[in-house]
Design a protein around this ligand. Structure first.
Ligand code: BGN
Length: 285
């Protein structure tokens, strides 16, 4: 495992702090959801270096950001996301690293647990301040949607293309969320118990509220996302026990979550645009 240095980069010390809203930002931009080859995306972003790291060269970024993308058999969506997302992150003058957390087949998808794994594995590699937990198929369309942390955990989506740029219900918490290291530890991360589709995002919101945070979200125009349409993945059927789990979310919060996440890393690969961590999750533990 290659370790990224946590020592401050000497050559950056004399640089001014990056602006919170760089003048280069353009607001709304067009997305390209067409299939793309990874090699083409790599060529497009030569400034991103092995393992998926980038930092601005003309200013000091305000925080060290880890973007955690759970992924299970969605390679094409991952490349489309990167093709669109990286340009925006570079424009926002962020110091970021991209981690793809890939769940070994054939176990049922566990999005909450993969977030916990991403958080723990990222911290083994660098001293990240901010974590953005990101669905593989959600593409931002407005660069004023700043990929940074704030005093409260943030839900980024104000609207999604498949819901006519609205949300399905006002407490929806899926898609893209940010946590500082401290915030994610305080809520004890996501629940590890949701295998299959549905509910884990509602549980995450319940944990956020359970620790006294406010619901913070970008406005509709800024948190405007496009999504790739797809059929429900095999191995990610509706979780039949999600209602029962969600009913007890608050009571479980301190017993189960980040601090009880058990997994086995089976493979680590570094490509230019991301570090991929493959994990085996034992469904019966
Ligand atoms: C909700 C799901 C969310 C999902 C949204 C949008 C549940 C829990 C039921 C108590 N929640 O219904 O997980 O993100 O739809 O598709 O299923």
């Amino acid at each position: 495992v290659s370790q990224t240095s946590t020592a401050p980069n000497k050559t950056l010390e004399h640089l001014p702090m990056c602006p919170e809203k760089p003048p280069e930002l353009v607001g709304r931009f067009d997305t390209n959801l067409n299939p793309v080859m990874l090699a083409a995306v790599e060529r497009k972003y030569p400034e991103v270096t092995m393992g998926g790291h980038y930092h601005p060269k003309d200013c000091r970024a305000r925080e060290k950001l880890a973007i955690i993308i759970p992924c299970r058999k969605r390679e094409q969506h991952l490349y489309i996301l990167l093709n669109n997302l990286l340009r925006m992150l570079i424009r926002q003058k962020l110091d970021f690293s991209i981690f793809v957390i890939d769940q070994d087949l054939p176990t049922t998808f566990n999005r909450g647990m993969l977030f916990n794994v991403g958080f723990l594995e990222a911290l083994k590699r660098d001293n990240f301040d901010c974590f953005i937990l990101h669905d593989v198929d959600m593409v931002p369309t407005n660069d004023h949607c700043l990929y940074k942390c704030s005093p409260n955990p943030r839900h980024f989506l104000g609207g999604l293309s498949k819901w006519k740029y609205g949300l399905p219900y006002s407490s929806y918490y899926g898609g893209v969320v940010s946590f500082t290291r401290w915030q994610y530890e305080k809520i004890n991360g996501g629940s590890n118990l949701y295998f299959g589709w549905g509910g884990e995002d509602d549980d995450l919101r319940s944990r956020v509220m359970g620790k006294g945070y406010n619901m913070v979200r970008y406005p509709k125009e800024i948190g405007r996302y496009d999504t790739m349409s797809h059929k429900r993945d095999s191995g990610n059927g509706d979780n039949p026990v999600r209602f029962q789990l969600l009913n007890k979310a608050r009571e479980r919060q301190d017993q189960e979550g980040l601090r009880t996440t058990k997994y086995k890393v089976t493979e680590i690969t570094e490509t230019q645009l991301f570090t991929r961590i493959k994990v085996f999750i034992n469904m019966t533990e």
